[in-house]
Design a protein around this ligand. Structure first.
Ligand SMILES: C[S@@+](CC[C@H](N)C(=O)[O-])C[C@H]1O[C@@H](n2cnc3c(N)ncnc32)[C@H](O)[C@@H]1O
Length: 280
């Protein structure tokens, strides 16, 4: 029985990195009038109560979003992300954290569309309630890995895809590569984002190698570790791998990652990296 519930982790350092990259990419998509499709293969519930039992059990958001929340020296690049969090909360009170579907909803224009997939019924019910009155967002209960290929390419030929599995099933590390390869075959110009946790470095090295050998091009990686790798200590960091990144993304991440590292560090071994897995 799989037990992953994102409410335990909402707003942690990994969500911050993932959502900062997502918001930057969506901001770049808005620079052209032409509509785009946003796809979230593993959508979660969409909104999370930070005062609820689950978030309060782990307090993960306290070493994530809470460290940025009141910071007055926020880099310009992070403003749209923080603004989206602030829009949900009363001034000075951090009670609700937006998941990726909600952040995307903040960035969609009337001409854009979103398809959100969630496998588990509890999460799916909350997700579809959260978007019940939003016409251009479609929530679907099902396996996002399997659904992805069938919905590509989009009519507008512009799409951003977030693949954010819980990695409870160890084969998810391989499934993620297979899913992107299949999607890329149908639609090679889409922007694909793969989130991963740093728990066991060897697994991440293997993921990078599989992508490097995949034949797909133009793949970059942004990683933020809040402490040094330590296989026995759970998640010490996380990363976002982006295929076909907007050309400005690498520069803007290089500008904000040192600041994020400083804010989110658990100790002096915190680090970030920006790597090219495959050149353009
Ligand atoms: C890490 S959470 C998603 C968080 C969300 N993307 C965000 O950033 O706010 C992963 C979600 O994927 C769901 N899930 C697990 N396997 C899935 C699958 N094969 N297809 C779709 N959803 C799945 C889990 O129930 C969980 O809600």
């Amino acid at each position: 029985m799989l037990s992953y519930r994102h409410a335990f982790h909402a707003g942690n350092h990994a969500d911050v990195l993932k959502h900062v990259v997502l918001m930057q990419i969506l901001a770049y998509m808005q620079q052209k009038e032409k509509p785009f499709l946003y796809v979230d293969t593993h959508a979660g519930a969409g909104l999370y109560d930070l005062r609820g039992d689950w978030a309060c059990k782990t307090h993960e958001y306290e070493s994530g979003i809470a460290r940025l929340w009141c910071n007055t020296e926020l880099p310009e690049i992070l403003q749209n992300y923080l603004q989206a969090v602030q829009n949900l909360n009363a001034p000075g009170s951090l009670d609700i954290y937006p998941g990726s579907p909600w952040l995307a909803h903040e960035m969609l224009r009337p001409q854009d569309k979103a398809r959100l997939f969630e496998l588990h019924s509890n999460e799916f019910n909350i997700l579809s309630d959260n978007f019940s009155s939003t016409k251009n967002i479609k929530c679907e209960q099902g396996d996002g890995f399997k659904a992805l290929t069938a919905i590509l390419p989009p009519e507008s030929r512009r799409a951003v895809v977030l693949i954010d599995p819980p990695y409870e099933i160890k084969t998810d590390y391989q499934t993620v590569v297979q899913a992107v390869k299949a999607a890329y075959k149908r639609f090679a110009t889409g922007i694909y984002m793969i989130w991963y946790p740093v728990i066991n470095r060897r697994v991440i090295d293997q993921l990078e190698q599989e992508l490097a050998d995949s034949g797909m091009r133009n793949i970059v990686q942004f990683e933020l570790s809040v402490t040094a790798d330590a296989t026995a200590s759970g998640m010490t960091g996380s990363g976002m791998i982006v295929l076909n990144p907007p050309w400005q993304l690498e520069q803007s991440m290089k500008a904000c990652l040192p600041w994020l590292q400083k804010q989110l560090a658990l100790d002096e071994t915190a680090a970030y990296r920006v790597s090219t897995i495959v050149e353009e």
